[in-house]
Design a protein. Structure first.
Length: 144
């Protein structure tokens, strides 16, 4: 995978760029999973969000505390990992993550689709996706 602007990546891709290390050619790929983050040449993280969306499965027949435990131990770490990278994502991708979080809240609380998101966020004392991304970036800046 070659990282860069769309036009430069296209130029390298059209030339069939061959990179060799110790005489062995390295295969060109459109995406790679590195340390749990799916990276594509444009750094759009659209495929990473698709990967996160596949992880959001909470069984509905569990108790409230069990569903909350499943979310906090299995789903949220995938959701929260490298969240500061998602600052540059499109509004559509952030919206998909918010829908994912909304669905998880509805399953955990047993609410219908007409229940206000704000009420569910307050009940669980969670932040919405935009707030999580902003908090992640602020913590990153503070640590620097």
């Amino acid at each position: 995978m070659v990282l860069g602007t769309r036009s430069k990546c296209r130029a390298f891709h059209d030339q069939n760029l061959q990179v060799k290390i110790n005489g062995e050619g390295i295969e060109y790929v459109n995406e790679i999973k590195y340390l749990g983050v799916v990276i594509d040449p444009q750094m759009s993280f659209h495929n990473h969000i698709n990967y996160i969306c596949k992880k959001n499965r909470i069984p509905e027949d569990l108790s409230f505390w069990s569903k909350l435990l499943v979310y906090n131990t299995i789903i949220f770490p995938h959701f929260n990992y490298c969240m500061s990278l998602l600052l540059s994502c499109t509004k559509e991708d952030v919206g998909r993550l918010q829908i994912l979080q909304n669905r998880a809240m509805r399953v955990i609380l047993g609410c219908n689709r007409y229940t206000s998101i704000g009420v569910m966020l307050d009940d669980l004392k969670w932040l919405n996706v935009v707030q999580i991304i902003e908090q992640s970036n602020l913590v990153l800046i503070y640590r620097i």
